[in-house]
Design a protein around this ligand. Structure first.
Ligand code: IYR
Length: 230
């Protein structure tokens, strides 16, 4: 008889829920309304000021992102913060090459029509003008020092939630951001020397909005359209 190979399991350690705050219903309502009022001011910005941003702020926002709920707490993300102008330039050139292909050849007409209200095009000057680009990578597995692989679960969901936390944290700190997704973006692995089992998830452009920044006049769906109560 052969015994199936099993991995040793770890016994969990439990502690009392730390730092939970319960608010009165009134305070809760006030907080929910205040958070909504603040987050609804967030706009995706495409014109950035070159003004420097304190790196310590970016670091805290990344710490906040790193607290996101995720599959089996394996934290399948990696963030590369790019402030070096030469690297930003390389990223811009590679992204604009892909974007030109997208806008001129690859994008189906319906996609171009969906994008029309946003006024986007293949030129991405913000990839150089913004003080920081945060390249977000999704790791399908971790590699242990002995070469063994630790599989990750719900990678896309986990990295998506962490990215949402990051965007909210940056907004809360008073910074603007842009979720940029040149497609394909494997050039980020080469430029940023990331291993093959990390897939670029999103390029987040971060900084102050330019003084003359403009945004498209668009609206969000009302609650009745996005939620059902049963
Ligand atoms: N990646 C392209 C196109 C684009 C696609 C979507 I979906 C957007 O919401 C915005 C842009 C670009 O960055 O221009």
């Amino acid at each position: 008889m052969t015994t199936p190979m099993t991995t040793p399991t770890t016994t969990p350690t439990f502690i009392p829920l730390p730092d939970y705050h319960e608010y009165s219903p009134e305070e809760m309502a006030q907080r929910a309304a205040a958070f909504y009022a603040d987050i609804r001011r967030r706009r995706t910005v495409r014109d950035f000021s070159p003004r420097p941003v304190p790196l310590a702020v970016i670091e805290d926002c990344l710490r906040a992102a790193g607290t996101a709920p995720n599959g089996a707490n394996l934290q399948p993300w990696h963030f590369v913060v790019v402030g070096d102008p030469a690297v930003k330039r390389e990223i811009r050139l590679a992204a604009e090459a892909e974007e030109r292909e997208f806008y001129e050849r690859r994008a189906p007409q319906a996609w171009l029509e969906a994008l029309a209200p946003l006024g986007t095009d293949p030129n991405k000057p913000f990839l150089e003008s913004a003080p920081y680009l945060i390249a977000i990578f999704a790791r399908s597995y971790d590699l242990l020092p002995d070469g063994r692989k630790v599989r990750h679960y719900y990678v896309q969901e986990s990295v998506g939630i962490a990215t949402g936390f990051l965007i909210a944290a940056l907004h809360h700190a008073g910074l603007a951001s842009l979720t940029h997704t040149p497609s394909p973006m494997n050039f980020l692995n080469q430029i940023l020397a990331r291993p093959g089992h990390e897939r670029p998830f999103l390029l987040l452009v971060v900084g102050y909005p330019a003084g003359e920044a403009q945004v498209p006049l668009i609206s969000k769906k009302p609650l009745a359209e996005i939620a059902t109560f049963i």
